[in-house]
Design a protein. Sequence first.
Length: 181
Amino acid sequence: MIQGKTIAFLVAPEGVEQVELTEPWKAVQHAGGNPRLISTDPGTIQAFHHLDKAESFPVDSTLDQVSASEFDGLILPGGVANPDMLRAEPKAVEFTKAFFDAGKPVAAICHGPWTLIEADAVRGRTVTSWPSLRTDLRNAGANWVDQEVVVDTDGANTLITSRKPDDLKAFCQAAVDAFGD
């Protein structure tokens, strides 16, 4: 249980894979946690089902309104465009890196690890991701493996990674477990 813990979900204004946002969100709520949607811009974010527009979701706070110290963990959902936009946004990279610096758990799925690469947070860590990120992660110093979920505790924090929406059940359980530690 993560009763009373607040978990940041960092997403770009558009391009997040909806199910990779909504399923972990529900898992955090079900475990008693408080999910908060953080983005670069105020208003709403546009989620996608692959390349098709899906639902919109209200942003709770923007990056210039929060700091990692306010949260107990971070989730980085995927979608191709979402992490690509985030890794080009210095405030998003700094926010992500601050969780590693503080030793707080971080969970990233699918293309989400692109933001971790930019934050220089995967060097020496064992991770998984959408297969097309394999070379990027290896070039950033990670040990990439093809597994449903990887929980790496060989760094300053616990890092949870998964490959794709099919892995969400294992990803959500591993993330909630890490946030509860």
